[in-house]
Each structure stands twice: as C-alpha cells, then as structure tokens.
Design a protein. Structure first.
Length: 79
C-alpha cells in the first residue's frame, strides 16, 4: 500500500467517552422534547374535550376562548 495514504497509515482510535457536559446537554434536550410532547398531548386532549364534552372546559378552569387559543397552537395537520 502507498505510505502517503492518510487513512491506511492512521491507527484505529476508539471513540472518546461521553463527558459530563455532553450528558447534561443530552438530558436537557430530552427534557425539552418531553415537554413539547406533553404540551402537544394536552392540546390534543383539549381539542377532543372541546368537541366531545365542552362543558368540562369550565371544570379545568379555562374559558372556551382560552381553550380554542391553546388548540390553535397545534400543528396545522392536527387542527
């Protein structure tokens, strides 16, 4: 083989272990995604409640307008 080939002459190196900072960032990202999913689920349930049992909106302490504004935050394909 040609000695000038960088890839062929480089020794194989194992991947570096994940540091604390990287793990913290990953945990933060996971918590952000979990919060987004929780909000989306709440909005989806609120939409279903508005459609099926609108009288329950008062029980959770929202007005119909507030509930409709929250449902409007759903992605367009779920509205």
């Amino acid at each position: 083989m040609n000695d000038s080939c960088t890839f062929a002459s480089a020794p194989h190196q194992a991947a570096a272990p994940v540091g604390r900072r990287s793990r913290r960032r990953l945990a933060t990202l996971r918590s952000i995604v979990a919060a987004w999913r929780e909000q989306a689920y709440f909005r989806w349930e609120l939409k279903r409640m508005l459609r099926d049992n609108p009288h329950l909106i008062d029980d959770i302490g929202l007005t119909r307008r507030q509930a409709e504004e929250e449902v409007a935050k759903l992605p367009f394909w779920q509205r």
